[in-house]
Ligand binder design. Structure first.
Ligand code: FAD
Ligand code: NAI
Length: 475
């Protein structure tokens, strides 16, 4: 087999596998190398997102939400369920099946698009005439030569100092997706996206969950009106979140953990739990890549240094996704992958960083695009706000899911939408409308004048837009 390629993509997470497909669509000869294997030793492309991130976490969120609905909410519909039990093994098997089908889907897409896939760890060896040499440590080691390289090696979990993950008692997001039986008491360190999503899963299934967050404010990256509403809902559900908790020491044994911390009042406290999930952020990953062999520069966090268009310090090498600056989100990685493939093909690939949506898949869901009110205040930018509560929306009442609101922020002079923030049912889907609106530079008046189907949750976006001009109709 000829091992010379137009493009070698290193990593088959959402950034890498999408970049490989797009490059192949554009007529290039493409190889994609990925090291991930599943528990059976089979290739498992899809990266963090598919194997231990977006997809398995959403599978468990769905199972646990179904359980919670049956346990606490079916009764209001007149449905009685008798003795309700959760078979965690079946839930985990279903989750594994969802992951496996996505792994297989990506392998199918590689075949369909004629991307040559190699399952092994890729390392730069040297710069060669007209390209770069990459060695792949696989069952049969191979050396590939690429004219252009796209580094999409993603991120790794960040441990607490002196507290290595054993994935039995001290869990990363990986182990947190594989707990064999619902623990009585579960501690989580970090009330960020992973802490809230996975904390919610195990709380819904019956664990007593306490989340310790180092910062004094809850979800500072989220619009604070939305964060406040979400916190109210989590408190009501019994998800305990302690802010301003400085973790001092964690003692872990097979029997459980004791976490010693200082609370927001400066008092020394200790928390005992059967297991702890540590979710304090992730770090860019270049392990095994040997970037020095080709002179690739990293920043102080270990991220590959890139410009706005994902060009690294070495002409011909590009980097995308979690391994570079910017939000660690699958869809951001994908968009960068497409844009880079198009740039290599001489086209004008583009990613609009102002309209990348964010979602936290809790219940209620939290989703937003654009700037928050606190960011606008800090920047000294003038704005107008319109809010609309789900309580005043007919569809939300029919669903029996009324906590939350939609908040639209617009420029007072031009009325262009600057940000849309949602906490409530289907926020992850509703935010797509706001992304489209902002991508087309819509004004709040544009949205206010569009006909939305009734009764739908989407009407909250129209009503919040009307509210910017103080003319909401149903509130
Ligand atoms: P990755 O997905 O990390 O993929 C990198 C791949 O490169 C891996 O397969 C790795 O094995 C491979 N690799 C690394 N080095 C080498 C090498 N030298 N040779 C060969 N292969 C190599 N984001 C969302 O947008 N929505 C969500 O709902 C969401 N949920 C998440 C839930 C959890 C629990 C976690 C942990 C993350 C979640 N994320 C979510 C974040 C998302 O997973 C990442 O942003 C995304 O996976 C980044 O994609 P990537 O392609 O840059 O890297
Ligand atoms: P995060 O950055 O979202 O949250 C980490 C939290 O831990 C922060 O609130 C931080 O203040 C806190 N923290 C840090 N050190 C601490 C300490 N020593 N003690 C107590 N608290 C501490 O990171 P997280 O949740 O680990 O997720 C990693 C990345 O994965 C995120 O950046 C996110 O982009 C991505 N992700 C995205 C999801 C989505 O899009 N729905 C879901 C899950 C993860």
């Amino acid at each position: 087999m000829d091992m010379h390629f137009d493009v070698i993509v290193i990593g088959a997470g959402p950034g890498g596998y999408i970049a490989a497909i797009r490059a192949a669509q554009l007529g290039m000869k493409v190889a994609c190398v990925d090291a991930w294997k599943n528990k059976d030793g089979k290739p498992a492309p899809g990266g963090t997102c598919n194997n231990i991130g977006c997809i398995p976490s959403k599978a468990l969120l769905q199972s646990s939400e179904n359980f919670e609905q049956a346990k606490h909410h079916f009764g209001t519909h007149g449905i009685s369920t008798g003795d309700l039990r959760m078979d965690v093994t079946t839930m985990l098997e279903r989750k594994n099946q969802v992951v496996k089908s996505s792994n297989e889907g990506i392998l199918y897409l590689f075949r369909k698009n004629k991307v040559q896939f190699f399952n092994g760890l890729a390392s730069f060896t040297r710069t060669v005439d007209g390209g770069f040499e990459v060695s792949v440590a696989a069952d049969e080691a191979v050396t590939l030569v690429g004219k252009q390289i796209i580094v999409a090696t993603g991120s790794n979990v960040r441990p607490l100092p002196n507290l290595p993950f054993d994935e039995r008692v001290v869990l990363s997001n990986d182990g947190a997706l594989d707990i064999a039986a619902v623990p009585d008491r579960l501690a989580v360190i970090g009330a960020g996206v992973i802490g809230l999503e996975l904390g919610s899963v195990w709380r819904r299934l019956g664990a007593d969950v306490t989340i310790l967050e180092g910062l004094p404010s809850f979800l500072p990256i989220v619009d604070q009106a939305i964060a406040k509403e979400a916190k109210k809902a989590f408190d009501k559900q019994g998800l305990k979140i302690e802010l301003g908790a400085k973790v001092r020491e964690v003692n872990a044994t097979e029997a459980g953990v004791t976490i010693h911390y200082t609370d927001s009042q400066g008092q020394t406290q200790s928390l005992q739990a059967d297991k702890v999930i540590v979710a304090i952020g992730r770090v860019p990953n270049t392990e095994g890549l040997n970037p020095a062999a080709v002179g690739l520069q990293l920043d102080e966090r270990g991220a590959v240094l890139v410009d706005d268009e994902c060009r690294t310090s070495v002409p011909g090498i590009w980097a995308i996704g979690d391994v570079v600056r910017g939000p660690m989100l699958a869809h951001k990685a994908e968009e960068e992958g497409v844009a880079v493939a198009e740039r290599i093909a001489g086209q004008h690939g583009h990613v609009d960083f102002n309209t990348i949506p964010n979602v936290i898949y809790t219940s209620p869901e939290i989703a937003w695009v654009g700037r928050t009110e606190q960011q606008l205040k800090e920047q000294g930018t003038a704005y107008r706000i319109g809010s609309f509560p789900f309580m005043a929306n007919g569809r939300a009442r029919a669903l029996g899911d009324t906590p939350g609101l939609v908040k639209v922020i617009a420029d007072p002079a031009t009325d262009e939408i600057l940000g849309v923030h949602v906490v409530g049912p289907q926020a992850s889907e509703l935010v797509a409308e706001a992304v489209i609106a902002m991508a087309f530079k819509a004004s709040s008046e544009d949205i206010a004048r569009i006909c939305f189907a009734h009764p739908t949750l989407s009407e909250t976006f129209k009503e919040a837009s009307l509210a910017v001009d103080k003319r909401a109709l149903n509130f």
